[in-house]
Ligand binder design. Structure first.
Ligand code: PLP
Length: 491
């Protein structure tokens, strides 16, 4: 399998090369040249396998190394106690919907599903290439990617990780997780600004030849652990197949029935992995793209116009507080007949004006594949309370998706899987204030303990430890100084 750039002006690469490269030299993102096909009988066979073996079956055609290596990677990543649930990514029924729980990994958010694999891909590629330089992984995070990348790469030989998060733009638990990170190769800084500032800053560094030369002088070569890296997307495809297999096991569907997926969306990586699963033959009905008050994607899908010129809102679902969703570029590539020049033209327009409009045909295809909706903060709080009434405690991101699903559901719909992306413990304050009276002024651990009382879900051990860990990364920088900050870390 070869990987090509969405902007069509960079050479095709192997999987390992694409993972190491991160973003293509022409500024595009790598996409597979074709999609491997998975038959219904292959899907039926997944039902009898544990999660790591399901993942092997789905990932194998994408990677460029041997099967035993992939089997070892999946077995080491998707195991207990690395994940705190024997099924790794269980699917459970909640009311009339199903929840695919992707938050049982070491950092309690779905990013672990991919970021427990990406470092293994990179370490393997590094070894195979005999590279002498360290890979310097730059990450912009809206809260969850940062910690998941730090955990995934912690003490992985030949790698340095530098994480930037928006100052005041992540939840207290997310911040605490990052600033207490151990590992000599782990570096973290806050940035004055919002997530888009941090993400734009990182993209500028990737595009700068001068910066690449400075990093090289420090013995490094840049790469990315954000979902612009194709190595992030491929492990995510597997859990859509796995959820389908779970529904077969639960007797909720028959083989071949279509299933809808409702995905709380920010950078469009998670839902794009669903799209890829559909391309590979998974019977996916509708893909429901759920947004919070930062509803740029709702408008894009409903009108064909992408327009980031709008106010930025801070919400209780910070990992979705995004106005420029990177992976939409991959979607455009598929909607525009895989024409890199057309993609490049729209991306140039976005950079220059903050806006672009899809041609009619592409818009129609987009709307035939996706449904879009959004939920404001009151609706999210109501949804957390409604789900609590159904015996389930959801985090605010999952609640956004559940609300969007609930608002449009009608009799006769296909079964719907709501992608459940974070543990409620990561957002204790927001969850508690929606379901139980909140005693103001309490610290995060006290809030988590309160949540444990009302939810009857045990608090993750790693979360309980957090409050006692020393702060190792307290710095903040201006967005113009991100490059200098990276160089200071490396020297
Ligand atoms: C990252 C994240 C999302 C959004 O996923 P994208 O792939 O960026 O669309 C949703 N929920 C949580 C909890 C996240 O961490």
């Amino acid at each position: 399998m070869q990987y090509v750039s969405t902007r069509g002006a960079s050479p095709a690469l192997s999987f390992s090369q694409a993972v190491m490269q991160g973003i293509a030299p022409d500024g595009g993102l790598y996409v597979p040249e074709t999609f491997p096909q998975v038959s219904l009988s292959d899907i039926a066979a997944l039902a009898g396998l544990p999660y790591d073996k399901r993942a092997v079956k789905i990932l194998a055609p994408f990677v460029d190394f041997d099967l035993p290596t992939l089997e070892k990677m999946c077995a080491e990543a998707y195991c207990q106690p690395n994940f705190d649930h024997p099924a790794i990514a269980p699917t459970t029924q909640v009311g009339e919907a199903f929840h695919l729980e992707l938050y049982h990994g070491p950092t309690f958010a779905f990013k672990d599903m991919a970021l427990q694999m990406l470092p293994r891909f990179m370490a393997h590629a590094l070894k195979a290439s005999g590279a002498k330089e360290d890979v310097v992984i730059l990450v912009a995070t809206s809260g969850d990617t940062g910690k998941a990348a730090l955990e995934g790469f912690c003490n992985v030989e030949g790698t340095q990780v530098v994480v930037f998060y928006p100052d005041g733009g992540v939840s207290p638990t997310q911040k605490l997780q990052m600033i207490t990170q151990r590992g000599d190769n782990c570096h973290v800084s806050a940035v004055y600004g919002n997530f888009d500032d941090a993400q734009t800053g990182v993209k500028k560094l990737f595009a700068s030849e001068e910066f690449a030369a400075q990093v090289k002088a420090c013995g490094g070569k840049l790469s990315s652990a954000n979902s612009i890296n194709f190595g992030r997307l491929v492990p995510q495809i597997a859990y859509y197949f796995s959820a389908y297999a779970d529904l077969l096991n639960l007797g909720a569907i028959k083989l071949g029935d279509e299933v809808d997926f409702c995905v709380p969306t920010g950078n469009f990586g998670d839902i794009l992995a669903c799209h890829y699963a559909k391309n590979m033959g998974l019977p996916v009905g509708r893909m429901l793209c759920a947004s919070n008050k930062n509803n740029v994607l709702t408008d894009f899908i409903n009108t064909g116009v992408y327009d980031k010129n709008r106010p930025f809102h801070k919400t209780t679902s910070p990992s979705m507080d995004i106005l420029v969703s990177s992976n939409v570029e991959r979607l455009l590539y598929h909607l525009l007949g895989e024409d890199g020049q057309k993609v490049a033209a729209l991306m140039d327009e976005l950079a220059a004006t903050g806006r672009y409009e899809l041609p009619e045909e592409a818009k129609n295809e987009l709307q035939s594949l996706y449904y879009a909706g959004w939920a404001d903060e009151d609706a999210v709080n109501e949804e957390i309370a409604t789900l609590y009434g159904e015996g389930h405690v959801a985090d605010p991101h999952t609640a956004v998706a559940s609300r969007v699903w609930r608002a449009q559901k009608k009799a006769g719909d296909a079964s719907c899987v709501i992608v459940s992306t974070a543990s409620p413990y990561k957002f204790s304050r927001a969850v508690l204030s929606a379901i139980a009276p909140l005693r103001v002024g309490e610290d995060e651990l006290a809030l988590a303990a309160q949540l444990e009382e009302v939810s009857a879900i045990p608090m993750p051990e790693k979360l309980a430890e957090l409050a006692n860990l020393p702060v190792r990364h307290g710095g903040v920088c201006e967005k113009e100084a991100m490059g200098q900050t990276v160089l200071d870390f490396l020297r």
